[in-house]
Structure formats: C-alpha cells, structure tokens
Design a binder for this molecule. Structure first.
Ligand code: NG6
Ligand code: CA
Length: 505
C-alpha cells in the first residue's frame, strides 16, 4: 500500500515541479513587426515574388508561417484598430482611413493590446506609424501636450508618425510632444483648405521630386506634396529617406534599454507605404524601382531587430511576429513607376485584389511567428486566423483574465499561433473600402454593393464591388474568378446570413 502511494506521489511531484518551473520561467518579450501595404507575394518565403527578403524569411524558417492569416481590413486605420483592440472596426463609427488631424479613435476606456502587456508587468512601446488619431474629439494641439496619445492607451513609450508618411503633419511625436518643435514656429494643420505660405503641389509642380495626384497635392515638404496642408514646424520635419532607419533605431534602443525586463514592442514600420523614399543605399538595388527598394529596406531593418535580439541573447525568449496591415498597392497617389517596373513580381501572390479590395489579397497578408523552443522550426499552417485574435491569444499566454467588455471579436487561438493546433477560426469577416465580405472554410461571399468595380486611377485595381452577390470556392478557385452564387444559392445564403448575424452580435 505504501509503495503504491509512493508511485503515485512521484509523478505528482514531477508534475508540480514542472508547473512551478513554468510559472517561474520568464515571460517572453513580444515584438510585432507590422509592415505597411506589404502583400502576400512580397515576401520571398511565400514563393510568388521576385524580391529576396532573407531576414523576414528567417522568422518563418525558425518558426511558423501562416497562409490564411488576415488583417481585419484592406486599409490601415481599421486594421490597426482591430489589432490593438480585438474588436472589428466596422462596429465603431469613425474607424475608416484617418486624416492627420483626427482625434483619438480609440477611447481611453477601451482595453488594448498595450494595456494587456502593461497590466502583466511589461514595458510597452509603439514605434512607427500610428494612424489612429491623437488628442481629444477635435484633434490634437500640436504645440502643446498631446493627449490622449498612445501613452494613454497602454504604451509606456511612443515614437510615432502621427498618421501616414503622405499626410501632414510631417513630424514625429514622442510620448506627448512633437519632436524638435520650435514653439516660435507653431504647427497648424488643415485638411480643408490651404494654410500658411509654404508652396503646395497644385501651384508648384516644378518643386516636386515625384509627381502626385490631386489628393496628394497639398503642402510640399522635402520636395514631396502631401495630403493636407500644414504651416510652421519647419525645424521638426522628418526626413523621408531616413524614416525607416530612424524608427528602427528607436526600436533597437527600446529593446536594449529593456533587455533585462519583459517588453512588448509594437513596431509599426512604415515601409512600403507611399511616398516610397527608401534610404539612398537601396536605390536601384531591387531593379524594381522605389517600391522594390523599400521592400529591401524593410527586410534589412527587420534583420537589424533580429540581430540585436541575438547579440543580447534575447532571441530564445522573445516571440517575434511579422505581418502587414493590408494588401499591396502599386500606384497610391505618386507616380513612382511601381507597376511598370514590377518585372514579373506579383505582390498579391496567387490571390486576387489589392489594398482597398474585398477580394482576398486585400486582407490575406504574410504572417509568421518565431519563438525558439516553443514553436517548431519551419512549420506552415493553413489555419484561418486574424490579427484580431492576437489580444485574446496573448492574454491566454500571459494567464491574464480580460475585462468583460474587452476584445469582443478576438478568439483565443494561442495553440494555433504556436503551431500546436491547426484548428483556426471557422469564419472571418474581411473589410474592404467600403463593405464587408465573409470567409468560411473554403467559401467566400461578397454581398452586392455599390461602388466602382475597378479604380482607374490605381492601375485598374479590382475592388470586389459588384451589384450581384459573389460566392467563390477558394479551394478550387484561389483567384476568385468563378462566381458560384447562382449555382449554389443555399451556400450563398448561409454565408450571407452568417455575415449578418456576426454584424448584429
Ligand atoms: C488614401 C490615400 C492613399 C493612402 C491611403 C492610406 C488618396 C486618393 N489616397 O485615402 O494614398 O494614403 O489613404 O493608406 O488620398 S493606409 O495604408 O494608411 O490605409
Ligand atoms: Ca497600410
């Protein structure tokens, strides 16, 4: 009898000590490298393109690569909203592409990914493109303390491009203040009408380095006309060709400063969003013009993050995610010859559509995760998953109970993220500009919608708009070419009903 008890006790003791060990293992630091307008086919390990991205590929080689991972939307602001809040952006008004003077889109009461890590004792930072509004409902006062800023939304440190590189104001904001601002030259911003005396693109095309469309013909800064008008702040202007390096250096600094702590870094690198002005060392390197060169810059700077983790011996206990906020685009307002120089490269990979689109390449983006020792090397997962699921999944990893109304659309799928399970989501909603589509298993349904089927000013980009409902079977028809809605009306109705039901939840 005694012997029997000892047999029972030994495994129990082992189990307990494993549990104690697990609890005492330092929690991993987490880095999300969130690139901009990078398509499924832009990363070489996805196999479709003609660009080599060896540093980004390394994350997949040493970790897991997803083939059915989605941003919530095919544009930036809503995708970032979903990533940070775990809530579908179309549930909240005002989450469309934000101007550069929009007030904070995320309420201070909304629980964010930053809040999660901060509450779990992490040092948290956002570095790079924010594009979720700043300040109160009427927008920020750029010459004063900017509140709310990301620092009020779960981030201990922030160094941000307020909106996008093609929108004014063209200055960085660090924590609550514009960097290098001379208060004798205060900043004013307008998205309605020209202000100040600086030249604007419509009147002074001779000053431009790159020709732009009407929307991008506002105030000229560093030889590039932007969306919107700004006055003042001359000393604070960023330098476009140093932007990627500058924010990467901030990211490297943050990692070094926090090497002895657990940290969460949301590194929202702006490559390859327009205007594409990568550093001179990449000029002509891709043979594909500025867009290709910007992809090489993205890859090199991703490599710098990975090398620093190695040299600080942090790689083993850092979970690194690489993804993109929406699908790719060629002409997005500036004539930088992205299309004619493609040279056979296919930014969307085998999928149809682009940024702005409801077709799959609008939201199906590259995504890979590395966590040595926990995630097996070289895994490939076809599981359906969204960036919207990070919040609930990371909460699970941290054994953190989310507040009741937090992350309503985020599914806890840590096992899927770490490759332990292939059972992803049953369905996901994809948001285009405008309108929604739904993906369930092999099937995709796009409800009838108004709006142009192609955008002529964007190289005939296919939006997914049609006045009839569209049903595709992605298993047989990866490129969404055969509309099966009239052949399988019940399937179309099933997906349409499900989309409606999720919208009403
Ligand atoms: C669009 C801009 C586009 C780009 C986009 C935002 C026009 C005609 N186009 O409105 O150039 O700035 O907004 O891109 O103004 S995103 O990746 O941040 O969503
Ligand atoms: Ca984007």
């Amino acid at each position: 009898m005694i012997q029997f008890k000892i047999y029972l006790l030994i495994p129990l003791a082992l189990l307990l000590s494993a549990k104690v060990l697990a609890q005492h293992r330092p929690k991993p630091s987490v880095i999300i490298i969130y690139s901009d307008d990078v398509g499924y086919g832009d990363i070489s390990c996805y196999g479709a393109g003609k660009i080599q991205t060896p540093n980004i590929d390394k994350i997949a080689e040493e970790g897991i690569r997803f083939t059915n991972a989605h941003a919530s939307s095919s544009t930036c602001t809503p995708s970032r909203y979903a990533l940070l809040t775990g809530k579908y952006p179309w549930r909240k008004k005002g989450t469309g592409i934000a101007a550069g003077d929009t007030g904070s889109i995320i309420d201070e009461t909304q629980f964010t990914l930053g809040d999660l890590f901060q509450n779990a004792g992490y040092q948290t930072a956002v570095i790079g493109k924010w594009h979720l509004g700043l300040g109160g409902p009427t927008g920020p006062n750029w010459n004063d303390s900017i509140k709310p800023s990301p620092n009020d939304l779960g981030f201990n440190y922030s160094f941000i491009i307020p909106a996008t590189p093609d929108r004014v104001p063209c200055v960085y904001v660090e924590n609550h203040h514009v960097v290098n601002l001379d208060l004798k030259d205060p900043i004013e911003v307008s998205y309605q009408h020209p202000i100040g005396t600086d030249p604007i693109g419509t009147l002074h095309p001779e000053l431009l380095k790159v020709k732009a469309d009407l929307q991008h013909s506002g105030t000229i800064i560093n030889g590039i006309s932007r969306i919107g008008y700004m006055k003042g702040g001359h000393q604070a202007y960023w330098k476009d060709d140093q932007m990627s390096d500058e924010i990467t250096n901030k990211a490297l600094q943050f990692i070094s400063d926090n090497k002895q702590k657990s940290f969460f870094l949301y590194f929202a690198i702006q490559d390859v969003h327009v205007p594409r002005l990568p550093n001179g060392r990449f000029r002509g390197k891709s043979g594909m013009g500025a867009r290709g060169d910007a992809l090489l810059e993205l890859d090199e700077n991703t490599g710098k993050i990975l090398h620093l983790l190695d040299s600080l011996h942090l790689s083993k206990n850092t979970l690194v995610i690489f993804s993109s906020d929406n699908g790719p685009v060629l002409n997005d307002g500036y004539q930088d010859s992205a299309k004619i120089l493609l040279n056979g490269h296919d930014p969307s990979g085998p999928y149809k559509g682009w940024k702005y689109s409801k077709f799959d390449a609008g939201t199906r983006v590259p995504m890979m995760i590395r966590w040595p020792g926990i995630i097996k090397k070289g895994e490939v997962s076809q599981a359906l998953i969204g960036q919207i699921d990070f919040l609930a999944s990371m909460a699970h990893l941290l054994h953190f109970k989310l507040p009741d109304n937090a992350a309503p659309d985020s599914k806890e799928l840590f096992k899927v993220l770490s490759g332990k399970s292939k059972k992803g989501r049953k369905s996901i909603i994809e948001q285009g500009l405008p309108g929604l589509a739904i993906l369930k298993g092999d099937w995709k349904f796009i409800p009838p919608s108004r709006g142009a089927a192609v955008l002529k000013d964007k190289d005939n980009l296919e939006t997914g708009n049609s006045n009839v409902g569209q049903l595709y079977n992605l298993k047989d028809d990866i490129g969404e070419t055969k509309n099966l809605a009239s052949k399988y009306p019940n399937k179309a109705k099933e997906l349409s009903d499900l989309l409606f039901q999720i919208q009403e939840e």
